[in-house]
Design a protein around this ligand. Structure first.
Ligand code: PLP
Length: 454
């Protein structure tokens, strides 16, 4: 019972500080403050080791779509672990959980996607895309099509290929990325990069999409494998593209014969108010990396949904795809994923999010735009962002050394709300099950936090 909640907060902080190296964390800074110890959760509410109840405005890390405390998932995983805790899916074997989850996922996926390759995370899903897309072009007799084009400030994970596809400058700088064969274009981030251009958001969206066309033409379409992007950039700061953007990207990919990869790790499973971000933006990708909402985070799992266009030639011509993970299709993760999917379908969570929660959030969230420190309040489905500014209407940003975003994040938790900061952009992505009252509460706590920051 050593892992149970039997020590004091200070004791947990001390052992954590001594031994636990956290992802994406400045260890000295964390240890000076002490990590917040989260001990349990129910619905959209977290409880910390001091007993504080905090509204989880980030659904963990954009993943707990069905909310915490879903007994159906716990039961399904426990049952599976008693029956068959592990078996591999290599070497001519399968098991009921993986087979059934694959069937159910593909039934929910866009109609032209009928296969899934299982991974353990979103990063591995993007690494799988990196290899599979190249194999596809080999099978099509076009082995020169090797270069991936992705976006600055995109996020696709932390493994080497995924971090290379990502466009996070600090990640690249630390380890000599991107690897060869990856290029980046600009992002359709009007508030941050387009406001001073004299272009409307729609014009700016088109201009950013056409950077793809220009880069393909520069490299030669015969050398380009795929374009990879998130329907809405999440970790980059909830960059919601203007409506002009995605149809133009789709046109360019089709005309130049480039695979379109929509990284649905955040947007998939209802986040944008439809099952898939691609559906929200009316596009038909060839490959879709998924994770997060795939199991609502109850078990680690990711995957790639694969279109018939890609699966057909690779299965026909490549023979074996030399790729996979010991835990691909892990029985406990697949059982969690299947139970999670059934909850979403039976409770019509995506439809509910679109019909009830998203309009309420839009109303509550956009109302924050009248706050003196908010330059823009944007949202789509159940994901949103606030742009912090020092003054209006010139929209002057805070100087970097102020760390306004990080300050706002810390104040927010003190007000009982988890928001995340990406620079001075505050972001939210609550569980899809959030009630209307809880959305109002989220808005009230966010406003209190902004007042505290002022
Ligand atoms: N792709 C996107 C769009 C993500 O947001 C993330 C994680 O935040 C990943 C990929 C990587 O997923 P993971 O952290 O499961 O490796």
């Amino acid at each position: 019972t050593l892992h149970r909640n039997i020590r004091t907060t200070a004791e947990y902080q001390a052992i954590d500080a001594a031994h636990h190296w956290h992802p994406f964390t400045d260890t000295k800074d964390l240890n000076a403050k002490g990590a917040r110890v989260i001990v349990k959760a129910e619905g959209v509410w977290l409880t910390d080791s001091e007993g504080a109840r905090i509204l989880d405005g980030m659904a963990g890390l954009w993943c707990v779509n069905v909310g915490y405390g879903r007994e159906e998932i716990v039961e399904a995983v426990a049952r599976q672990m008693r029956e068959l805790p592990y078996y591999n899916t290599f070497f001519q074997c399968t098991h009921p959980a993986a087979a059934e989850f694959a069937e159910a996922l593909c039934a929910q996926a866009p109609a032209h996607m009928n296969r899934v390759f299982f991974t353990n995370s979103g990063s591995e899903a993007n690494d799988t895309v990196f290899r599979l897309a190249r194999v596809y072009w080999d099978c099509m007799g076009k082995p020169s099509k090797k270069i991936f084009i992705a976006r600055r400030n995109g996020y696709h994970g932390s493994t080497v290929a995924a971090a290379s596809l990502g466009g996070m400058a600090p990640m690249h700088a630390q380890s000599g990325l991107p690897i060869e064969g990856v290029r980046h274009i600009g992002q359709p981030y009007w508030f941050g990069e387009g406001r001073d251009s004299g272009m409307t958001p729609e014009e700016f969206g088109l201009a950013r999409a056409r950077e793809l066309e220009a880069m393909i033409d520069e490299l030669g379409a015969d050398n380009v494998c795929a374009f990879v992007a998130e329907p809405i950039q999440g970790a980059g700061g909830v960059v919601i593209p203007p409506d002009s953007y995605w149809p133009e990207i789709q046109r360019i990919c089709r005309e130049r014969d480039i695979l379109l990869v929509a990284d649905e790790v955040i947007c998939g499973f209802g986040r944008t108010g439809a099952w898939w971000g691609s559906e929200t933006f009316g596009i038909e990708p060839d490959l879709m990396p998924i994770a997060k909402g795939m199991t609502s985070g109850y078990q680690p799992m990711g995957g790639v949904l694969i279109s018939d266009r890609v699966a057909g030639p690779v299965i026909d011509k490549a023979g074996e795809f030399f790729h996979g993970f010991t835990y691909s299709g892990h029985p406990a993760a697949a059982a969690a994923g299947l139970a999670n999917l059934r909850i979403m379908q039976e409770e019509r969570l995506v439809e509910r999010a679109a019909r009830i929660a998203a309009p309420r959030l839009a109303q509550v969230w956009r109302a924050l735009a009248d706050h003196p420190l908010v330059g823009e309040a944007r949202c789509r489905g159940l994901v949103g962002a606030l742009e912090l500014v020092r003054s209006k209407p010139d929209m002057a940003r805070f100087p970097e050394h102020v760390g306004a975003g990080a300050l706002c994040r810390d104040l927010s938790v003190r007000n009982g709300l988890v928001m995340r900061a990406v620079g001075d952009t505050m972001i939210i992505a609550p569980p899809l099950v959030i009630s209307e009252d809880e959305i109002d509460e989220l808005g009230a706590r966010a406003r209190r936090t902004l007042d505290d920051l002022a």
